[in-house]
Design a protein around this ligand. Structure first.
Ligand code: ATP
Length: 404
């Protein structure tokens, strides 16, 4: 029922006005149910900034030769640590920044030089940037007031669109309030409605949840997912929060130092990271990393022989073990010093130490139906091989083993 209503509201949004055939004459948008879907293609995209540090004359390469096709109608999470180039990437896609090199296509259209206002993107930033002196409705209508020529809308059309956009994000009852009379989550939803009101083919969200408290964050991210699913707008969502990106994205892109590390479905990337950086970046608690080695096709951490790694030559490696990959058993192969047990409701975390651990502690997660004696001196673990990943020490790239 709720779904049906939402579909009707969206249909209302589509037919509320004389749908722009072109926005600023640059990009064609269809009025059909799937007309707003748009793939985004990035070709050799690079952005260099002049270094602000006078002593260092080298340019800052914020985005470095990025190649990617974002399929239409998907929610893509752009993920990476602070300073890796996420915002720069989003601003180039939006037209707020001009690439130093490379091209951006929306569908088949090269939009690299098309200004933001003609690009047909909806933008939502971390700070909602609402006009405090305008009501919610006036804030939402704002982007429609600048439409010109045959895209120009009557007041009634603008009101109808604002109402429909507000209904999608469930703030229609607050249309006459000023932003300061709304909660942070409600303000953020106004910002999303304002981005949706022009029916953009591409929606760009830059850390839209960072100003919200934990509960509201969770709720709003689910809301964004719902809105994206229902509208089918190709959406790029920038965050440094891996859990957030993994939970709502169809596809995640992991970036480091301006370069793409990996792209794929969240579970795929979690299970099969291409390198240690990606393995460490995804997962809470994070993957446990050990100094290990391979000898005679067997994997070792210290003196503990773990299992056979077919086809891997003798060498030193990093061994990454996901917290859920440990099975505490007296016959276990990996021996650690017991530190403590932490009970976390549904799960138990066994915190232990190992001389070869790169992290200060080894953290394993098991379900709370196991009884573990936290007073013992030692704990031994068998390991689930699918949760054990090995990486070469030099380039930190994944080494695959036992695969045909
Ligand atoms: P955060 O998560 O902290 O917002 P980010 O991943 O979005 O970071 P960007 O803001 O895209 O990162 O910055 C990427 C790199 O480019 C950083 O090293 C940053 O210092 C640099 N940078 C960004 N804008 C400029 C600018 N206008 N001039 C010079 N350097 C810049």
């Amino acid at each position: 029922m709720e779904q049906k209503c939402l579909k009707e509201e969206i249909a209302g949004l589509e037919f509320a006005s004389g749908i722009p055939g072109t926005i600023g004459g640059a990009i064609r948008m269809n009025a059909g149910a799937h007309g707003r879907k748009m793939k985004v293609v990035l070709e050799n995209l690079t952005k260099k900034f002049q270094n602000r540090n006078r002593k260092d004359k080298k340019d800052v390469i914020a985005v470095d030769d990025f190649n990617l096709e974002i399929p239409d109608g998907k929610l893509v999470g752009l993920l990476g640590p602070s300073g890796c180039g996420k915002s720069t990437m989003l601003y180039m896609i939006s037209g707020l920044l001009t690439p130093t090199e490379g091209k951006i296509y929306f569908g088949e259209n090269d939009v690299t030089k098309v200004p933001t206002e003609n690009r047909g993107v909806g933008l939502v930033f971390q700070n909602y940037a609402l006009y405090p002196h305008l009501t919610v409705k006036q804030n939402i209508i704002f982007p429609l007031q600048n439409l010109k020529g045959k895209d120009k809308l009557t007041k009634e059309e603008m009101d109808k669109r604002a109402y429909n956009a507000a209904k999608i994000v469930q703030i229609d009852e607050f249309l006459d309030r000023k932003p300061n009379a709304l909660s942070g989550g409600q303000q953020q939803r106004v910002a999303i409605a304002r981005a949706l009101v022009k029916m953009p083919p591409v929606l760009l969200l830059d850390e839209p949840l960072s100003n919200l408290d934990a509960r509201l964050r969770l709720q709003t991210r689910e809301e964004i997912r719902r809105i994206q699913r229902e509208t089918g707008i190709t959406t790029i969502f920038v965050t440094h929060d891996q859990e957030e990106a993994m939970s709502i994205s169809d596809i995640i892109i992991v970036m480091k130092d301006g370069r793409m590390q990996q792209v794929g479905r969240p579970q795929e990337v979690y299970d099969n990271p291409v390198n240690l950086f990606v393995a460490k970046f995804l997962g809470t608690p994070p993957i446990n990393v050990f100094n290990g080695y391979v000898k005679n096709e067997k994997l070792y951490i210290g003196k503990d022989e773990l299992f056979a790694v077919q086809g891997v030559s003798d060498r030193e490696v990093y061994v990454g073990i996901r917290p859920e990959g440990f099975v505490p058993e007296d016959s276990g192969k990996l021996h650690c010093k017991m530190e403590r047990i932490e009970i976390m409701g549904r799960d138990i975390s066994i915190v232990s130490q190992n001389d070869d651990s790169v992290n200060p502690v080894v953290r394993s997660i098991i379900t709370n139906d196991r009884v573990i004696d936290g007073t013992r001196e030692e704990v031994a673990f068998n390991l689930k091989p699918s949760k054990v990943l090995i990486f070469d020490k030099e380039m930190e790239e994944r080494i695959r083993y036992g695969e045909k």
